[in-house]
Ligand binder design. Structure first.
Ligand code: FES
Length: 79
């Protein structure tokens, strides 16, 4: 079972707002581009000065909520 939904292409863009796009990368992060504000679940802002960020959706990152490419590491399998 994969942690990500099936996708027919490497990147599946979707529109989030007037100047914002969110791209769900196959087996990778969500790429958010454009005008956006990142907030914690309590509503406090997460400092970000970039116009594009990669948000982790695998849960393995060490720098949440951002992707640190840990999704590329293979998982150890039980024998
Ligand atoms: S999606 Fe890249 S570390 Fe989770």
């Amino acid at each position: 079972m994969t942690a990500f939904p099936e996708s027919s292409s490497a990147e599946t863009p979707s529109v989030a707002g007037n100047n914002t796009t969110i791209t769900a990368c196959s087996d990778g992060p969500l790429l958010v581009r454009g005008d956006f504000e990142l907030l914690r679940d309590d509503g406090t802002p997460i400092e970000n000065k970039r116009s594009t960020v990669a948000l982790c959706r695998c849960g393995r990152t060490g720098i949440a909520p951002f992707c640190d490419s840990s999704h590329k590491k293979k998982r150890a399998r039980a024998t």
